[in-house]
Write a protein that binds this ligand. Sequence first.
Ligand code: NAP
Length: 332
Amino acid sequence: MQLMGTFKYIILWLASIWKAAHSLFYLKWTIRNFTDNATECHHCLTGKTAIVTGGNSGIGYATSVLLASRGCRVIIACRRDATQQKEAIMKLTGNNQITTKRLDLSRLESVRQFAQDIAKTEEKIDILVNNAGIGATSQRVTEDGLNTMMQVNYFGHILLTYLLVDKLKVSSSPRVIFLSSLMANVHDLTVDNLNETNFKMDATKTASHYSNAKLCSILAAQEMSKEFQNYGIIVNSADPGIVKTSIFDSSYSVDLENHWSTKIVLECLLLLFKTDAYFSAKTILHLAASKDLEAGSHYFRCRVFETPSILKDRRFCSEIWQKTKQLLLIDS
Ligand SMILES: NC(=O)c1ccc[n+]([C@@H]2O[C@H](COP(=O)([O-])OP(=O)(O)OC[C@H]3O[C@@H](n4cnc5c(N)ncnc54)[C@H](OP(=O)(O)O)[C@@H]3O)[C@@H](O)[C@H]2O)c1
């Protein structure tokens, strides 16, 4: 019985990938992954201040290094003490303007405290990189009554961005970047499961919540871009490709039913499409610094890229966006 369940699960996974592979998006993505180079961005960022959530690890760390190497002040916002990473970035780039601040996206109170701290200490924020994320969790619901995976990967960043909007408005060229993923293409998002709190903790649900959060990140960039247009804030989302970071190991360490089959699928994807964290962070740097951007778009390898077709459904996007704001008590 157990074997049959696992077999069924693998078939479901393969079917999802097959579905994605059949879409034009996936074909183009695959071809570009092998053939294209990210463009080089040489803009000077001296005088700019960036916040990188999860800037102490993986793609966020590489982003912090790239921003710092162009003279940007970088505030690394993360859960753990990041003194070591801060010193490593200073040494690597010769830029001493690196700060670390505590932020736990799984607690909205921590998001509010972080934003209050920024309000007191910073005149303006030029670049906000909503990068932090998890691939799995053993916690179903947060103290805020939200789905933990959705809160860390999506809701927390939405609240953070709204709380920082006054600091972004005063920048001469403010940017907000959301990190998404190829996984957004295998979402099963509906208005009803946006904040699913009663579910079986297994690998299938984990993959579904991760994919939904990553779809929501693209949707957030689309919607916020329109909302913040009058303030000159450019909001985009980025697909970093596939990079071997600690998100994989920390996800594998969560004890979930059928998790080993997810591991096989992810390791196969890594084997086929793996890129380097710095290479992948170039798209984020491009969105942070380039003067030639299409606001509200999704980028891969420094270029505008197709989004999952559901995001062309205005009614769906508007309903998800309104419900997100309702859940976070944001009225704007
Ligand atoms: N790696 C890939 O192949 C890939 C592909 C597509 C998209 N992405 C996305 O890229 C982003 C970065 O991932 P990564 O691969 O660089 O992973 P990573 O190395 O594991 O980094 C994740 C970062 O998020 C932080 N974080 C986790 N939970 C947090 C919380 N509750 N509050 C604040 N910070 C928290 C972590 O901080 P701690 O060190 O304190 O845990 C860490 O700095 C994620 O959004 C991920 O979904 C990655």
